[in-house]
Design a protein around this ligand. Structure first.
Ligand code: GAP
Length: 452
């Protein structure tokens, strides 16, 4: 069984160009990450899989893409200005800051074997509320009249556009509006790589339902979201649902369940599914003076719909997919690191290698590469021994490797190697596209994957 640590994931991500520390040449900006050539493909594939399943494959959900900066009144109405805060404590001795509710798991910087507040020199202040929204100024004058906020969730753009979307898309309740985009939170204790950052991407969907139908839709979306992670390769043993206790609920929520993942830091929230009731639409109606009620043509009633919200993080999901795919094994006496990524998520779907750099093999491999890249994201590699080239692709999760060898030059066949089983089959070049299309869309089998 492979032990997966955050260090192993961070090292692989850096070594292979999945992620880089933001502004690294200036010493880095804490908890901000840039996605490199492979990381941007992986994260985009995660977002595309979500969008395909949540929007394109359904009749009852439509998409939206709202601006990050919104009218400041939005955040008054939503309750974020007054209530989106975490309890903060400072240590007068070491000057570090902690979340008061995370003290038990925050090591003391002066004595890391003890937790904050437990070392004899710790001198913590009383907890005070710290608002997590980033403020900035609109226009050239930095006064209070021009303050705007970087959105801390994408959801509010959806609520304020509820009527616009419903009337233009002619959706009837129940229906949903989905959005993928950046959110910003001035987290007191960010960290653990992509898990908690101050700038991150969310994949949120607000599903508007008739009051009274909300419990049933909450159950539906909780299960659907758990199943989604399994569909893209996360082992069920590493996923669980956790219902929030009443004192954990956000100010707008009647109920909430987290999809939790068994990260190397322990079981932690991957996605939250909340029953937001009619809180947001009611508040925006009150603060804007606009009627945001839905008119039910059958019953001739006006009402504020209830909202069920599955809210996922694209970066946190990317991290979970990386962690779950990470594996180590031994091949021919040599250690191998591999990412058993679902083909839909893998940054590269296939790699093409000429076995030798002579006898016309590179040219032939170039033709195969050009053929395949019209259909898939494909890599080409002719450097080094073939075994090393396989390892390099295994380590970035490429499901298939195609080798052009001596026999190819005679009969136009190639070998196709499977990343997980390492089995090779020989097939004609003109069947390659069809074979890959079929294999890449087949449901994932994890016969060779080991659990953590
Ligand atoms: N609209 C509801 C909402 O924003 P949330 O539980 O605060 O709910 C939803 O956020 C998801 O966004 C989380 O489950 C997590 O995946 C992601 N997320 C939240 N804060 C994050 C942060 N600081 N860094 C990375 N991802 C974050």
């Amino acid at each position: 069984m492979t032990e997966v640590t955050m260090d192993k994931i961070v090292n692989l991500a850096k070594r292979r160009g999945f992620t880089f520390q933001s502004s690294e040449i200036y010493g880095g900006l804490a908890s901000c990450w840039d996605y490199g050539p492979l990381g941007v493909e992986l994260k985009r594939n995660v977002k595309n899989a979500w969008w395909r399943d949540m929007v394109q494959a359904r009749d009852d959900i439509v998409g939206i893409d709202c601006s990050i900066l919104m009218h400041p009144r939005v955040w008054e109405a939503s309750g974020h200005l007054a209530g989106f805060s975490d309890p903060l404590v400072d240590c007068r001795e070491c000057k570090a800051r902690f979340r008061a509710d995370h003290l038990a798991t925050s090591p003391c910087p002066l004595k890391p074997s003890k937790m904050a507040g437990q070392f004899e020199k710790c001198d913590l202040t009383e907890a005070r509320q710290f608002n997590l929204m980033f403020k900035t100024f609109m226009g050239p004058v930095e006064d209070t009249a021009s303050v705007v906020y970087m959105r801390p969730e994408t959801a509010q753009g959806i609520f304020v556009n509820f009527k616009n979307v419903q009337t233009t898309s002619r959706q009837k309740i129940p229906f949903g509006i989905a959005q993928v985009g950046k959110s910003f939170r001035n987290e007191i204790t960010p960290g653990n790589f992509l898990f908690r950052t101050r700038e991150f991407e969310q994949m949120e969907m607000e599903f508007f339902v008739k009051p009274g139908d909300d419990d049933q839709w909450f159950a539906y979306w909780t299960q659907a979201r758990l199943d989604w992670y399994v569909k893209y390769g996360i082992r069920p043993a590493n996923l669980r649902l956790r219902a929030h206790a009443a004192d954990e609920l956000a100010h707008y929520a009647k109920g909430c369940a987290d999809v939790e993942y068994n990260f190397p830091i322990g079981w932690s929230e991957l996605e939250g599914i909340a029953n937001r009731t009619d809180f947001d639409l009611r508040r925006h109606a009150e603060f804007s003076g606009k009627d945001l009620r839905h008119f039910d043509e059958e019953t001739r009633e006006h009402y504020f719909p209830y909202v069920i919200e599955p809210a996922a993080g694209a970066d946190r999901a990317t991290l979970a997919f990386l962690v779950d795919a990470y594996d180590e094994d031994v091949v021919d006496g040599e250690p191998r690191t591999l990412l058993r990524l679902h083909p839909a998520l893998a940054p590269m779907k296939a790699a093409v290698f000429p076995l030798m750099r002579k006898d016309g093999q590179p040219e032939k491999a170039g033709t195969v590469y050009d053929l395949l890249r019209q259909h898939f994201s494909v890599d080409y590699d002719q450097a080094g021994a073939i075994g090393r080239r396989y390892r390099r692709q295994d380590e970035i999760g490429t499901p298939y490797a195609i080798t052009i060898d001596h026999q190819t030059m005679q009969d136009d066949t190639v070998t196709l190697r499977d990343r997980d089983s390492m089995e090779q089959v020989r097939l004609p070049i003109d069947r390659l596209v069809g074979e890959l299309q079929q294999r890449l869309t087949a449901p994932l089998t994890r016969s060779s994957a080991v659990g953590r």
